[in-house]
Design a protein around this ligand. Structure first.
Ligand code: IYR
Length: 225
């Protein structure tokens, strides 16, 4: 069913009104599945069909965005030379950060996670996804502002990480800093800024992750009934 509302075409929403019991089961199952997600820092080089990555990126792009501007570009890198370049540039920045730019407190906070400046996974993984935010669009030579760009692209990255996990793969939310080298290596246009870098693959055969707890519901939520 289509309808014109205030001069603009609309379609009737096809909403799956499932029974409450179904909602309970689905919401719990989804939580239990998402609660198994862990950030991984050691990856296998096992290959992954491109189609799976395409589905994951399409899922990320179902995110809501300010005025539906979809202000994102997902760069999917499988080219070994580019992965090498990205690793070298990221490690150069990270080395500087760990040696000189990060505070003692920051380094102390990272100790339990066991990170350092070395990022070999950037070459090991079959894919790196670099998410760029589009601070404006260019239409017929005119600059058109995008809205809530950080929120929109942040939400899309949440969808992306969830899609990677739901597919049965692992990733890491990696933010080398500063990361303008990604614009140069990937030759991005000037309206795009790097937002997040995600290596995507299978975890290495025997991978250990930090023993962490998640905050309980009473620590993260306030209910106003
Ligand atoms: N970007 C660095 C440092 C780093 C910072 C935070 I906050 C982390 O949670 C993890 C790492 C790195 O990727 O090592």
């Amino acid at each position: 069913m289509e309808k014109v509302i205030k001069g603009h075409p609309h379609i009737q929403l096809k909403f799956d009104n499932a029974a409450i019991e179904t909602l309970k089961v689905r919401s719990e199952e989804f939580y239990l599945s998402m609660n198994k997600r862990r950030s991984v820092r050691e990856f296998s080089s096992k290959s992954i069909p491109k189609e799976i990555i395409e589905n994951i990126v399409k899922t990320a792009a179902t995110a809501p965005s300010g005025a539906h501007k979809q202000p994102w570009t997902f760069c999917v890198i499988s080219n070994p030379d580019l992965k090498k370049k990205i690793r070298e540039a990221a490690e150069k920045e990270e080395y500087e950060s760990y040696q000189n730019r990060m505070s003692d407190q920051w380094l102390k906070d990272l100790e339990p996670i066991g990170t350092d400046w070395e990022k070999p996974f950037l070459e090991t993984v079959p894919y790196i996804i670099v998410v760029f935010k589009k601070i404006y669009d260019e239409e017929e030579g005119q600059k058109k502002t995008n809205y809530y760009v950080n929120e929109s692209v942040g939400i899309a990255c949440g969808f992306l990480i969830s899609a990677i996990h739901q597919a049965g793969l692992a990733t890491l939310t990696h933010t080398p800093s500063p990361m303008n080298f990604l614009s140069e290596i990937l030759e991005r246009p000037k309206n795009e800024r790097p937002f997040l870098l995600l290596p995507v693959g299978y975890p290495a055969e025997e991978t250990y992750v930090p023993k962490l707890d998640r905050k309980g519901l009473n620590e993260i939520a306030e209910f106003y009934s």
